[in-house]
Design a protein around this ligand. Structure first.
Ligand code: EZ4
Ligand code: CO
Length: 404
């Protein structure tokens, strides 16, 4: 038996806030797990430190499924982003340890490779349509095979997904309170088709294109947008509506053949149970850190496979390199992989999280190191203390709070 002797939580801000769990065992092998929940980081850190870490000491590090069930059923209070991010961190760290003990990269423990590399999509954006189109060209030159395109909307300030400069896009703003943005569905619905018309004109039919609505429409509005952009053959329209009402997606499906991706905020299989069983979506965007770790995400994707639904995991910069590494091992192994989002981290983030995964030719490769092939430099991390930062709040022009 390999016994857990220590579990510690590292909160640090190398470029942005991250919460990382490190588990150590009696034979000197350690593992890492990402527990970052953007804007609510300290809640997960406390859940782990105060309620989970003490329970891990003395447990068998090899019993991943049993530990998952113990933390999920044993808490009595099930699901929710804080609980599931904490469980995910433990699960990820235990897979890392199991890989190191076996001397194998984690993807080998998941059944081995199903593909040569993990196709990723990059982010293009611009204040204007012309700027966004030029930014797509930049990504194509870098080798990306798939590109998400967002642009500014005339009359809307601080549009989601649009930023200036070459630093990674970071929607969370430093400070004690969220910044506020404004929203107009009317302006948005009028403008977006012009963007994709321009992108298709310039790049032709072969480039894989995506767009993120970021939960801002109602089902009938989303249906209108999906129908309007059908000629531009998007690979997916992401998060067209908030997904608490799963049956709401029937209305979208009735009207458009534009494929739908959903679920970066999902934390359990129950969030997509009806969406998948009724084939109301095409891609599920859940990822390791927010959906209960490798163990639970594998369960979600296996369930999706029964219904022709593919993976499309979230990969924004607020998911740490530890989460990205774990996601890549799963992506390369599962039969129904779809696409992986990839926003490169800031240089300072990559310094704190040394990692073996690499981008080449439009793919990410998890690397061949035993375990996940990622670690945290704790000394360096200590030089970047936590800084309060929040995601924006969105309001309609009359002041009504809207989904961001
Ligand atoms: O806004 O990760 O597809 N990617 C996204 C992200 C999310 C952030 C929220 O923390 O929607 O940019
Ligand atoms: Co998104």
């Amino acid at each position: 038996m390999t016994t857990i002797v220590d579990a510690s939580v590292i909160v640090s801000c190398p470029g942005r806030n991250f919460v990382t769990l490190k588990i150590r065992t009696d034979d000197g092998v350690s593992g890492v797990g990402d527990a970052t929940l953007n804007g609510r980081e300290l809640a997960v850190a406390s859940y782990l430190r105060d309620h989970v870490c003490p329970l891990l000491i003395g447990r068998d590090a090899q019993r991943i499924e049993d530990t998952w069930q113990y933390l999920y059923k044993g808490a009595y209070w099930r699901r929710g982003p804080v609980t599931m991010a904490a469980i995910a961190a433990v699960d990820t760290a235990l897979w890392d340890i199991k890989g190191k003990l076996a001397g194998l990269p984690v993807y080998q423990l998941l059944g081995g490779r199903s593909r040569e590399g993990v196709t990723v999509y990059g982010h293009a954006n611009g204040e204007s349509v012309a700027e966004a189109v030029d930014d797509v060209a930049r990504l194509v030159d870098l080798g990306y095979r798939a590109v998400r395109v967002q642009c500014g909307i005339p009359g809307i300030e601080k549009m989601y997904g649009v930023h200036k400069g070459s630093t990674p896009y970071e929607p969370a703003g430093a400070g004690a309170r969220p910044v506020e943005a404004t929203w107009s569905t009317q302006r948005y619905l009028t403008h977006v088709p012009r963007l994709f018309e321009a992108v298709r004109d310039r790049f032709g039919p072969d480039l894989t294109l995506l767009h993120d609505v970021h939960h801002r429409l109602t089902p009938i509005e989303a249906a209108r947008l999906g129908k309007r952009v059908e000629d531009y053959a998007l690979h997916w329209l992401e998060d067209p509506v908030p997904a608490e009402l799963q049956e709401g997606f029937r209305l979208i499906r009735t009207h458009t053949t534009t494929p739908i991706a959903v679920g970066e905020v999902f934390n359990s299989i129950w969030d997509c149970q009806q969406l998948v069983a009724e084939q109301l979506v095409d891609f599920v965007r859940a990822t390791v850190v927010h959906a209960g770790g490798i163990t639970h995400l594998r369960r979600i994707f296996d369930y999706c496979a029964l219904y022709h639904v593919r993976s499309g995991s979230h990969g924004a910069t607020d998911l740490s390199p530890v989460c990205m590494a774990a996601a890549l091992h799963l992506d390369v192994a599962i039969p129904n992989f779809g696409l992986q989002e990839y926003m490169p981290h800031a240089e300072v983030t990559d310094e704190v999280f040394p990692r073996s995964y690499r981008f080449a030719d439009g793919y990410l490769h998890p690397g061949e190191e035993p375990g996940l092939g990622v670690d945290i430099d704790e000394k360096l991390a200590a030089r970047y203390p936590y800084q309060p930062a929040y995601l924006p709040v969105n309001r309609l022009t009359d002041g009504t709070v809207h989904s961001w």
